[in-house]
Design a protein around this ligand. Structure first.
Ligand SMILES: [Zn+2]
Length: 259
């Protein structure tokens, strides 16, 4: 059975590596060096590269990996992805036969204009690789998209099964929880989650993957349409907000100033 391994990169990125037998695929290979180190140490051969979006900390290692392994590169159709061989849009399904794995593609624009997610069960349990769109207790900044786009993209991820594990691109969880508690101090699941995730970080363990179920209960950006979150967003805005998108946009702007 394949397994999914986090490879830390840069300051707080995770490159996700899916391995089975002597083969491995990587998701969001921002840096080739830690990937090569891991593959060599474990005597694995690369069989595919998956990319969620074009930011360099997610694709910066592609060229160096391709110079050693001639493998397919699956990435969004509407972004520049180094070495891309398969240009993907929502509704596409890809397969990585070396891992016996298949993934459905979702379009989730907002952080970038062409951002995609890969949904599958490469190790037998449901998983989504969502780059910098949905984080544990947070979401990505809107560099290229609009609040309605991001709200819609987060809605697609929120609609996945609750036990779907969320493999995102950064270890931002504790900082995200501090913001979430400022917005929703009365959320007991969030208080419990802070204890749980802090303990993991003290043991130097990743807080990821999360699950969609945990995010639905604790992530303010998935909860922007709930009365408590809307009220907090309106208090911060100093006036009425028309709808869930406006509430989401206010929370996202609040978080930008909070960091
Ligand atoms: Zn990014």
């Amino acid at each position: 059975m394949p397994s999914i391994i986090p490879i830390p990169a840069f300051r707080d990125n995770y490159i996700w590596l899916i391995r089975k037998g002597v083969r491995a695929a990587v998701v969001d290979a921002g840096d080739a060096n830690p990937v090569i180190d891991y593959l060599d140490r474990e005597r694995l051969e690369l069989c595919a590269i998956l990319a969620t979006h074009h930011h360099n900390d997610h694709v910066g290692g592609n060229t160096a990996l391709l110079s050693r392994w001639n493998v397919p590169v699956f990435g969004p159709a509407h972004e520049n992805i180094p070495g891309r061989t398969h240009a993907l849009v929502e509704g596409d399904t890809i397969s990585v036969p070396e891992l016996d794995a298949a993934f459905d593609v979702l379009d989730i624009p907002g952080h970038t204009a062409g951002h995609i997610a890969f949904v599958g069960a490469p190790d037998g349990a449901p998983a989504v690789f969502c780059g910098d769109t949905l984080f544990a207790v947070g979401c990505g900044r809107l560099f290229e998209g609009t609040p309605p786009q991001m709200w819609s993209s987060l809605g697609k991820l929120a609609a996945l099964a609750r036990d779907t594990r969320v493999f995102c691109g950064h270890e931002y969880t504790l900082a995200n929880i501090r913001f979430a508690l400022a917005v929703e101090p009365g959320n007991r699941a969030l208080v419990e989650r802070q204890k749980r995730e802090s303990a993991k970080r003290e043991r130097n363990e990743p807080t990821l993957p999360s699950t969609i179920g945990d995010e639905l209960e604790t992530n303010p950006f998935l909860r922007a349409d709930r009365p408590a979150l809307k009220a907090a967003a309106e208090a911060h805005a100093g006036g009425r907000l028309a709808d869930a998108v406006a509430s989401f946009a206010e929370l996202r702007a609040w978080k930008n100033a909070f960091d």
